[in-house]
Design a binder for this molecule. Sequence first.
Ligand code: DAT
Ligand code: MG
Length: 151
Amino acid sequence: AVTERSFIMVKPDGVHRGLVGDIIKRFEQRGYKLVGCKVLVPSRELAAKHYAEHDGKPFFPKLVDFLTSGAVVALVFEGKDVVKTGRTMIGATNPLASPPGTIRADYGIDVGRNIIHGSDSVDSAMREIALWFRADELANYTPVATAWIYE
Ligand code: DAT
Ligand code: MG
């Protein structure tokens, strides 16, 4: 559906490296609609909830340390197939295994510094958006370009 939404987050490494604008630009240029955007330093509780599926894995404590080490930019983009397309635009979990042209390949090397998060399914997206945003923090509007992006 054109109203599908994905939770996209620039992680602390991406913020420190000044990649926020480029990342937003890629999704905007593709035609996706920005409906949520905020900058925050996540609490450990929020980071652990976000990555709950990885609780108990060897890399989990480091992952929470990393995500809470600085500011992140939490984003919600909306549009046709945005969850799957967002993952394609982001690349593989390991930047070295990501195809050129993807965000992680274009900017990253190590798996623990892979710049960006993107929801892996529509269900994950709904859970993550509800975790990071209140309903009134998501904007309802129709970009004028909509008819020039969708036929
Ligand atoms: P993705 O972010 O591509 O959805 P994931 O959900 O499997 O990947 O893992 C979440 C994050 O945890 C990932 O972006 C980086 C880190 N991570 C995953 N696997 C790891 C590993 N084997 N060693 C270190 N960090 C890892
Ligand atoms: Mg994941």
